[in-house]
Design a protein around this ligand. Sequence first.
Ligand SMILES: *Cc1c(COP(=O)(O)O)cnc(C)c1O
Length: 462
Amino acid sequence: MKELLLNEIEEIEEEFLPDDIERKELDIPNISRRDVMKHFVRLSQRNYGVDTGFYPLGSCTMKYNPKLLERVASMEKINYTSPLQHPSTVQGNLEIMYRLEKALCAITGMDAFTLQPAAGAHGEFTGMLIAKAYFEWKKEKRENVIVPDSAHGTNPASARMAGFNVIEIPSKDGRVDMDALRSAVDEKTAAFMLTNPNTLGIFEKDILQISKIIKDAGALLYYDGANLNAIMGKARPGDMGFDIVHLNLHKTFATPHGGGGPGAGPVGVKEFLIPFLPVPRVMKNGDEYELDYGSKLSIGRVSRFFGNFGVLVKAYAYILMKGGNGLSEASSRAVLNSNYLMEKLRHIGYEVPYYGRRMHEFVLSLKNFKERGVRAIDVAKRLLDYGFHPPTVYFPLIVDEAFMIEPTEDESKQTLDAFAEAMEKIFHEDAELLKSAPHGEMGRVDEVKAARELKVTWKDLR
Ligand SMILES: *Cc1c(COP(=O)(O)O)cnc(C)c1O
């Protein structure tokens, strides 16, 4: 019996890699499994993630991703289904999408959502295609999309990709310049794309007036809701007058992201734009969930199937886990953490342009460091030596030497204090020390080269 078993095992080993697919010319070391494991685990530990430290990357909402969500998304009934299955066999999956859509409507004040877009930028592009289809249907020739100069770079890119001309307007005191907006809007305006709170973390308090200007001109108001983390359960873009919104589920609704990982950028619209949404739409008929391909005005599909379903499941589970009050509380804490940290850094001497209350994030200007020959990138790199992931740098573009910090709701006071302490030390440090940072395991890398000449290898190339 024992022998038989051993024989079988040998056979399996032999069959494991057929000769004809084995590429002998590859220079792969022949080492034990244990050594392979040690190598890759060691490499992974050199990586920095939300589960290993503070990650205040502004505009990216690197919040804690509850591990329970991974378990839910990898449950057999969810993970082992195919988008090609007949709807009658995946009723549960359709129900999740249906309910997620309803939850997002409740959170944003919109009337319907498509869950297909796979990222924020993809959502923007989808939103712009909807705007285009709408005006084509109305037989109105509107070719311009207006964006403020504080906009995320994807906004003008998405509008352009959808075939619109992009008109940029300046900001005033960190908000939309109302006069500039008034003079940019005319009968050729298709949409105004706005982030609120904007990329400086400032709430656009004139939003109702902005909405009126856009509506009076017959144009659409587009909401970049990538970062909803300040206003969940507090204010709704739908109530502010937005006609189209996109959300980043991977940011606000707790899916691990970065490094190009799967995301979801659902797009919500007001009632009058529902016919233009991508198909199929998940509808409920009695107790049955169905796929509806009916609308003749639909822009069609923007995803081969239903989008990144795993991300949708995680977002829905996160919403259920938090509940309405929990989401609202998350926003309160995100805003509190951001203002607490901003005040601490301001007291050290860091400059906060357009100083005032902030929402979920704030932006410093490190332009005074330039006198010493130090730039924002140097301070960012130096933070690595103190064990912190750097904030976003050089965005938004309207702030000189921008340093954009988003602490998120999950960080403790101790963590924020420790970060402020590191920032205080750095504030007084020698210019040469900063300019040559980081001094740890890896020195300063040439980022452009690293991005352009990616070397994917098992080798330790240091
Ligand atoms: C992250 C972000 C986007 C783009 O989202 P992706 O998922 O990276 O495509 C758009 N707008 C704002 C304000 C963002 O922060």
